[in-house]
Design a binder for this molecule. Structure first.
Ligand SMILES: Cc1ncc(COP(=O)(O)O)c(C=O)c1O
Length: 433
């Protein structure tokens, strides 16, 4: 896929002032293909060359109610007349905290600006609360851009040691090796390995941070009982269970993954859909832990946390989600899945479609079910990438990166689904011929 002339010219301009022309490594698609956005509305996004895309990236997931929603923009515009940042508590923040509690069942919250800040804060709280230092995560899981997350996010699948205690591989340079000494990373969905590690090492482990489904591995689902098992083991060993709901929160159900999978974590992190694209995020959790966050106890702060822009956006976003908009999200996801199934069955490629309807993922693999990172990693990404490339060329934009699921919004229509499936079918035919 090549960007149009205006996008290309603007990318070249960007690259003179911004490292690599992008403000996040994940946004770089190549010097000749990185698109520059012009505008977005509802389910659609236009690039600088006025090419329209049905958008299933939705900014890496947050825009669950569609781009530039009038109700949210108007609410924010009205709210910011009072100012934006005070380093003091405000009423919007209180309202948002009350709504998060009601919708998710957490007892107390602290606002942050991003998912990265939320997971970093939750890990700090878990360490302070338990007096232990180690963090256990799962291979392939991404929990933000801080140093306690970027281990085994995208490791090679061979030469990484014994399955029960794989080597820890940082995502890139600049992450101190010594941080790796404070981490464990294990295969997702493997109760036996987790049980063994906990039996041996529970005294050191402050928290298990788990994304309830692997949103960075095309939505690999937890197998029956896996999240319950983590819950049980955390209770047994006094380990804090952190559910990272940055992608799933306010998307897969009003109450997020805790509701969807009927599991209650000790701490939960929210971001993305909380503000429908405005940078709102939060740490939520059970009272006996969250009440310890405070001066002289567990440090947490930040100048911009709970600013009016984010809180007003979250205030209206949560109202719209509460009013039932996720039903439209799920209905559209179902339509796409049914269409993909027909197309891929006809094409005769081995595939798995996985994840909840609000964020389904596709992997070309012989595996009957993807259960862990390695199943995704061993998939046929070249074929998937080629198909997605064609989709983007023809106006349908899931993420270019095969690790991402398709993010659905409540603005995607049945008519969009017809168009999208048509484009997808032609792309499949073209690539497989
Ligand atoms: C599961 C998960 N946790 C944390 C993060 C980090 O969130 P942010 O990009 O808002 O810092 C992400 C981002 O994609 C994520 O998917």
């Amino acid at each position: 896929m090549k960007s149009g002339p205006k996008s290309k010219a603007m990318f070249d301009r960007a690259a003179k002032s911004i490292s690599g022309g992008v403000s996040s490594n994940f946004r770089y698609w190549g010097d000749n293909s990185t698109l520059i956005v012009k505008k977005a509305k509802g389910a659609y996004l236009w690039d600088q060359d006025d090419k329209r895309y049905v958008d299933y990236r939705l900014g890496f997931g947050p825009v669950v109610l569609g781009h530039a929603r009038d109700e949210i923009n108007e609410h924010v515009s009205e709210a910011i007349k009072m100012g934006t940042t005070f380093a003091m508590t405000n009423e919007y923040e209180i309202r948002v905290a009350e709504k998060i509690r009601k919708m998710t069942g957490v007892d107390l919250v602290r606002m942050t600006n991003t998912g990265t800040e939320a997971t970093m804060g939750a890990i700090r709280i878990a360490r302070a609360f338990t007096g232990r230092d180690k963090v256990l995560k799962f291979d392939g899981a991404y929990h933000g851009f801080h140093d306690y997350s970027l281990w085994n996010t995208y490791p090679p699948t061979t030469g990484v040691g014994y399955r029960n205690s794989p080597f820890l591989i940082p995502q890139g340079s600049g992450i101190p090796r010594s941080i790796g000494d404070l981490m464990y990373s294990l295969p997702f969905n493997d109760k036996e390995i987790l049980e063994t590690k906990l039996k041996e090492r529970w005294q050191d482990i402050a928290c298990i941070i788990v994304e309830p489904l692997l949103g960075n591995q095309a939505s690999i689902m937890p197998q029956d009982g896996f999240l319950d098992f983590i819950r049980e083991q955390c209770t047994k060993y006094g380990i804090v269970m952190i559910m990272d709901e940055v992608k799933t929160g306010f998307r897969i159900a009003k109450g997020g993954a805790q509701e969807y999978f009927n599991v209650k974590a000790d701490l939960v992190t929210y971001a993305k859909c909380l503000g429908n694209g405005f940078p709102a995020a939060a740490i939520g959790g059970q009272k006996h832990i969250m009440k310890e966050v405070g001066p002289g106890k567990i440090p947490h702060g930040g100048t911009f946390g709970a600013n009016i822009v984010a809180m007003a956006a979250a205030d209206k976003t949560l109202d719209l989600i509460e009013s039932g908009e996720l039903d439209k999200v799920n209905a559209h996801g179902k339509l796409l899945r049914a269409g993909w199934k027909k197309i891929l069955d006809k094409a005769g490629v081995p595939y798995v479609i996985q994840g909840p309807d609000a964020m389904p993922g596709i992997v070309f693999t012989e595996e009957p079910v993807c259960k862990e990172y390695k199943h995704w990693a061993d998939g046929d990404h070249d074929t998937y990438d080629a198909i997605i490339n064609k989709c983007i060329e023809n106006g349908v934009m899931p993420d270019y990166d095969s690790r991402e699921p398709w993010f659905i919004s409540s603005c995607h229509t049945d008519k969009d689904a017809d168009f999208v499936l048509d484009v997808f079918e032609n792309a499949v035919k073209d690539v497989l011929k």
